[in-house]
Design a protein around this ligand. Structure first.
Ligand code: FES
Ligand code: FES
Length: 155
């Protein structure tokens, strides 16, 4: 039986009917039709589905939707909306040439964004740790790390 839950998504309150068995990823992509958040592995291994929940980066494919009740959730679509242009993290990825096929990039950016929001001047090791759960099959990671480092602490 479906239940109604509400949460804040990209600065807007949403109410949605869900099957309690669904994941947050399913609701974001299939019910709310926000497809910037990607489904890669579907079981917590690739980070493509990363969103920010109450300030923390989480794998939305493992996140039971019922736990989203009352939470503040940001997806990749919410970053650009705040500024009217690209978020600084997105702009850094473009500037550093960190994007190839792009499939992993929303998740990478959300992981980096959660870190930088909590700690604006992270160390190189902290940057690596923040994206260690995000797999990229294209870039070799160097440019991705360069992009995050380029805006860490105003470097
Ligand atoms: S789709 Fe969620 S971790 Fe891979
Ligand atoms: S840019 Fe293709 S998977 Fe990362």
């Amino acid at each position: 039986m479906k239940k109604e839950i509400s949460f804040t998504l990209n600065n807007e309150k949403v109410m949605v009917e869900v099957d309690p068995k669904w994941t947050l990823l399913h609701v974001i992509r299939e019910v709310l039709e926000m497809t910037g958040t990607k489904e890669g592995c579907g079981y917590g291994e690739c980070g493509a589905c990363t969103v920010i929940v109450d300030g923390k980066a989480v794998d939305s494919c493992l996140y039971p939707v019922m736990e989203a009740e009352g939470k503040v959730i940001t997806t990749i679509e919410g970053l650009a909306a705040k500024t009217g242009g690209l978020d600084p993290v997105q702009a850094a990825f473009v500037k550093e040439g960190a994007i190839q096929c792009g499939f992993c990039i929303p998740g990478m950016i959300m992981s980096a964004k959660a870190l930088l929001d909590e700690k604006p001047a992270p160390s190189d090791d902290e940057i690596k740790e923040s994206i260690e759960g995000n797999l990229c099959r294209c870039t070799g990671y160097v440019k991705i790390l360069d992009a995050v480092k380029s805006i860490a602490g105003g470097r």
